[in-house]
Design a protein around this ligand. Structure first.
Ligand SMILES: Cc1cc2nc3c(=O)[nH]c(=O)nc-3n(C[C@H](O)[C@H](O)[C@H](O)COP(=O)(O)OP(=O)(O)OC[C@H]3O[C@@H](n4cnc5c(N)ncnc54)[C@H](O)[C@@H]3O)c2cc1C
Ligand code: SF4
Length: 335
């Protein structure tokens, strides 16, 4: 195992400066799950880890807490998936976030894995995870998945890399129009969660838009009306210890028998958490029904382009979306 130094600094500003000064050899450490996997897999060997859990000051405090002000929730980047899964105060308006957190990984991993690290974990593509293969994501010349075993790869928005984004929480946060608060060497800024993720057409070696040294401090969830509901659905080969084959998060409200403010986000189908705007357009302003949900599911996957081995993701994701819509709206599933 490569030797590294663990560095504890008092403030987020100092931590940001520290990593920005040598981004090739320094990394932030949160729960350490994906970071240490990279060391073990021979994919990364930094000299220094800056321990985010040691940060003090106002940002350090915000990173560890879940707070509410005027209906707006702030969830710290160091909050673990287990804490999120058990957080009852969200109520049904943010149910998808609790359900997503509780479905990811295993109980042991959820106890250590943090929200910030979950959003920034690297892809699971087995060609990327193989230390001896230099694919596009590692600066090489080709995508091995395109002609290889691509059963877990993208059916929407793929190319030149066909990864699927691995973060379960990203899908739920996208459905909630969350904002990401960041502190970096140039100070604080905030961005929509959709702007955090970057498609491989921009740069196949990167999945996010953070600059070197930028730290996610917290995720903010916009205030929800009393009628807001959300739900999350996933399908896996194994119920525990596994990333999903497909996942869906839905947010909406039903007022006067009409669906409003509908958001549909899909996971494990595209290189970024995928907003299914075509499905939203089918649903918005209509009366919820099983027949409408079938139309929305068809619309969500209408532009899918399967590779040789991942066509199953299309019916699978359609079924998950119908399930999530039934649960969010309370419309009974037909016999
Ligand atoms: C068996 C198994 C099953 C899994 N199943 C799932 C699943 O179903 N769904 C799912 O989403 N995930 C799954 N995971 C992945 C796991 O949830 C992530 O690895 C974990 O959430 C990463 O969080 P962490 O706090 O350990 O991050 P770390 O490993 O500490 O960090 C990951 C990356 O993020 C950076 N980073 C961390 N926090 C910050 C921050 N606040 N600001 C800036 N940079 C930061 C680090 O520098 C590093 O590059 C699974 C993992 C395993 C081992
Ligand atoms: S999908 Fe992306 S990570 Fe996987 S082999 Fe292709 S370029 Fe590499």
């Amino acid at each position: 195992m490569h030797r590294f130094t663990l560095v504890r600094l008092p403030t987020a500003a100092e931590a940001a400066q520290r990593v920005a000064a040598a981004p090739q050899t320094r990394r932030f450490r949160a729960g350490g799950i994906d970071l240490i996997d990279h060391f073990k897999e021979g994919l990364d060997a930094p000299d220094e880890l800056v321990e985010l859990r040691a940060l003090g000051g106002a940002e350090g405090e915000r990173m560890r807490g879940i707070t509410e002000h005027d209906g707006v929730w702030s969830v710290g980047a160091l909050v673990t998936l287990a804490q999120l899964a058990e957080f009852g105060d969200f109520g049904p308006a943010f149910a998808a976030i609790r359900e997503a957190a509780g479905s990811a990984a295993t109980p042991g991993i959820r106890n250590a894995a943090t929200l910030g690290g979950n959003l920034l974990q690297r892809p699971r593509c087995w060609y990327y995870r193989h230390a001896d293969l230099e694919c596009l994501k590692k600066g090489g010349g080709q995508c091995f998945a395109l002609t290889g075993d691509n059963r877990y790869h993208a059916v929407l928005g793929g190319g030149p890399s066909f990864i699927v984004h691995p973060s379960t929480l990203a899908v739920a946060l996208l459905a909630h129009d969350a904002r990401v608060h960041v502190v970096g060497p140039k100070g604080p800024r905030s961005l929509a969660v959709a702007e955090l993720f970057s498609p491989p057409t921009v740069d196949p070696t990167r999945e996010h838009t953070l600059a070197a040294g930028e730290i996610i401090v917290a995720i903010e969830l916009p205030a929800a009306g009393a009628q807001q509901r959300s739900s999350y659905a996933a399908a896996k080969e194994k119920q525990s210890h596994d990333w999903p084959l497909g996942e869906v998060a839905v947010r909406c409200r039903v007022e006067g028998g009409t669906l409003l403010d509908v958001r549909v986000a899909l996971g494990h189908v595209a290189p970024i958490p995928w907003r299914a705007r075509e499905a939203e357009a089918v649903l918005e302003g209509k009366a919820p029904s099983a027949a409408l949900f079938v139309q929305a599911a068809d619309a969500a996957m209408a532009k899918a382009k399967p590779l040789d081995h991942n066509g199953y993701k299309i019916p699978l994701t359609k079924g998950l979306l119908r399930d999530a819509l039934h649960r969010a709206t309370g419309v009974a599933i037909p016999e």
